[in-house]
Design a protein around this ligand. Structure first.
Ligand code: DLL
Length: 442
């Protein structure tokens, strides 16, 4: 039994350190059962498998998964609201939904066993980033249909933490309660954590002097530069957690605080693949592409080869923390968020990596897209740091320098507009990094 102060503490040591050959055997057995259940209980999968000419029995080895069809977000929309469920609606204990930007929301459902599993996986994830039983956890992820709030909430309780279920928004109150209750752990989107730090400054509260030591950040892409910035501003260790509602919510993969080098994807419950998004063929271990996930134990809603659109790579090298589960490296962006500006592929997180920590700038930015004739143009709006010189000439010079820097680092030509402190909208959940004005005659 490891002590709670031991950096090697794990929520589920036996499973987290299972030798990879045993993990693979477990995955194969669970994958077979999942495919059989999906085919038997969900007409959508039955039709798709038939159209692709495959049967669950065709799967003999894990690699045979490549013969099965993908599941897309559009499939969830087409089967809205309950068509993807493998159990009668009455057996669901909870529903979550993600709003998305267009059309119907994506609905996800959970049986009692699913909710139990989710709590366990989230407890495992929190322990993995360094949260311990007995910690006070300030949970600023939004409660409601979004999976962040309740997912983290029940995971923290399962681990044995004291949860402050504050949800997002009311930022001054967040700062006051962080100070009064003395939470050791702050859970939020990275952009909202930044907003909290800024509001604390404005309130004259030295947030670094508070007992908060661990940040559990996810739900949106963020860069290493942003990590360093958050760590410096908040006086914490900032950890990356990943998940998506279609698969279960947060708790799919989690960084270990020992190595901070990739997020352990919980392979006893999920099968991870990387594909080439163009050819849709599997890529070998270590190569970058789109992450595809199959659930291995979900009851209400088995997901077969769900295309996440998230761009990353996998790493199955042994980790110094002792966990054997594959590492999902930092998600740098989504292929549907990728911008193509004058032929150059650009992810907002690449722009962020250039901007954050740049002398004289505050870490608040937005990318505005406009169209001039047939060409897309990108303008980066970023705020001046409160203490930086703000006269017109200094601003123009700074804008020129930043634009040059973006061109040399990313290869894209863009305009840069330096805004007054406070002029870029602040996030209370997932940040809106891209403002698309291309359809507005801009
Ligand atoms: O964002 C679940 C979650 C809540 C994860 C709290 C972590 C913490 P969705 O709203 O369905 O679920 O959005 C999922 O968000 O496909 C990624 O594009 C993005 N995302 C989530 N975590 C990360 C991360 C939640 N750590 C979508 N890094 C995913 C980069 C992330 N992107």
């Amino acid at each position: 039994m490891t002590s709670l102060n031991d950096p090697g503490y794990m929520f589920d040591r036996g499973m987290e350190t299972l030798p990879r050959a045993e993990l693979a055997a477990l995955q194969l057995q669970r994958l077979k059962a999942t495919l059989a259940r999906a085919c038997q209980a969900v007409p959508h999968y039955r039709r798709r498998f038939a159209a692709a000419g495959v049967k669950p029995d065709d799967l003999r080895a894990l690699a045979d998964i490549a013969r099965f069809p993908f599941t897309l977000k559009a499939d969830l929309r087409d089967n809205y609201p309950y068509g993807m469920f493998a159990v009668p609606r009455e057996r669901l204990l909870r529903i979550h939904a993600s709003s998305g930007t267009t059309g119907k929301p994506t609905v996800v459902g959970y049986t009692r066993a699913d909710l139990d599993l989710w709590s366990d996986l989230m407890a495992r994830s929190l322990a993995c980033v360094g949260v311990r039983p007995g910690d006070m956890v300030h949970n600023a992820y939004g409660y409601g249909l979004f999976t962040g709030g309740l997912g983290v909430h029940y995971g923290a309780e399962r681990l044995g933490c004291t949860v402050v279920p504050i949800s997002g928004g009311g930022t001054e109150r967040q700062v006051a309660l962080l100070s009064d209750f003395g939470a050791r752990v702050l859970c939020a989107t990275p952009s909202y954590a930044l907003n909290i730090a800024e509001v604390a400054d404005a309130m004259g509260i030295d947030i670094r002097a508070l007992p908060t030591r661990v940040g559990v950040f996810g739900a949106e892409p963020w860069s290493e530069a942003m990590r360093r910035d958050l760590e410096a501003r908040l006086g914490i260790m900032a950890a990356d957690v990943y998940g998506l509602s279609e698969i279960i919510g947060p708790g799919v993969a989690s960084e270990c605080h020992v190595a901070q080098d990739g997020l352990h994807g919980w392979e006893d419950h999920f099968l991870f693949e990387i594909i080439d998004p163009e050819t849709q063929t599997p890529k070998p271990m270590g190569e970058t592409g789109e992450l595809v996930i199959t659930t291995l134990t979900r009851q209400a809603q088995p997901m077969v080869r769900y295309r996440t659109r998230d761009i990353t790579r996998l790493n199955d090298a042994p980790c110094v923390c002792g966990r054997t589960h594959v590492r999902v490296m930092r998600v740098t962006g989504r292929n549907d968020d990728m911008l193509i500006i004058r032929g150059v592929n650009v992810y907002p997180s690449q722009v962020e990596a250039v901007l954050i920590g740049y002398a004289g700038l505050a870490p608040h930015y937005q990318i505005v897209l406009t169209r001039a004739g047939a060409l897309d143009a990108m303008t980066v709006e970023i705020e001046l740091a409160p203490e930086a010189p703000s006269d017109e000439a200094a601003r123009r010079e700074k804008a020129r320098a930043v634009s040059h820097h973006i061109k040399s680092m990313i290869g894209v030509t863009c305009d840069v507009v330096i805004k007054e402190p406070g002029a870029v909208p602040r996030s209370q959940g997932k940040a809106v990094r891209v403002k698309d004005e291309r359809g507005k005659g801009g």
